[in-house]
Design a protein. Structure first.
Length: 174
C-alpha cells in the first residue's frame, strides 16, 4: 500500500474517533514507521508483523498503565501500526505472523459482478502464502502515491479539514 494511505487513513480515523488533530497527525506519522525497513534495503520485513508490533507496544502499555497516563495513546499507536500491517496484508505478501510463521500472507479478496443478459456475482477470498525472505534488494521502485490513493486520501481528509476550519467560517453569536 502506498505511504499516503498508510498516513491518511489512520489520521482520518483518529480524528473521527475524537483524537485531537496534532496528536492524530503525530500518530499517523508513526503509521509510516513499518516502511522504514526500506532504509535497510529490505521491505516488508519483521516491521510488518503484528506479533512484533504487539511485542513492541505491550511493554509501553504496561508502563502507561502503571503510571496512570498514556494508555490511550499506546492503544492509538497500536491501532495505527496494526492498520499498516493489515493494509499491506490485503495488497501483497506480508510476514504478518513472523516469527511464529515465516511465511508471508496475502489476503486477496474481490466481489465481482458479470453482466451479460443477467447479472451474476461472485465473491473471491483467497489466502495466499509464500516464504518470507528478508534479503537486501539492490533497488526498489514504489509509488509514494497513485491517482487512486491521492483521491481516496482527499476524500478522507476533506471532512477533517471542514471540521477543523469550521470555527473560522462560522459567525460569532452574541
Amino acid at each position: 500500500m502506498e505511504p499516503i494511505i498508510h498516513f491518511v487513513a489512520p489520521f482520518a480515523a483518529l480524528i473521527a474517533a475524537g483524537v485531537k488533530p496534532r496528536k492524530s497527525f503525530l500518530l499517523a506519522l508513526l503509521g509510516l514507521a513499518p516502511d522504514l525497513d526500506a532504509a535497510l534495503l529490505i521491505h516488508r520485513s519483521f516491521t510488518h508483523s503484528i506479533i512484533v508490533i504487539f511485542l513492541a507496544i505491550i511493554p509501553l502499555m504496561v508502563v502507561a498503565y502503571r503510571i496512570g497516563r498514556g494508555l490511550s495513546t499506546c492503544m492509538q499507536a497500536l491501532f495505527v501500526l496494526i492498520s499498516h500491517a493489515i493494509f499491506d496484508f490485503v495488497t501483497d505478501y506480508t510476514p504478518i505472523l513472523w516469527p511464529l510463521d515465516t511465511r508471508g500472507y496475502w489476503l486477496h479478496m474481490a466481489f465481482m459482478v458479470h453482466v451479460s443478459g443477467s447479472a451474476k456475482t461472485a465473491l473471491y477470498v483467497n489466502l495466499l502464502t509464500e516464504p518470507s525472505t528478508f534479503s537486501n534488494f539492490q533497488s526498489m521502485d514504489a509509488p509514494l502515491f497513485t491517482g487512486e490513493g491521492l483521491i481516496i486520501s482527499a476524500v478522507l481528509v476533506f471532512p477533517v479539514l471542514l471540521k477543523l476550519l469550521k470555527p473560522y467560517f462560522t459567525k460569532n453569536k452574541v
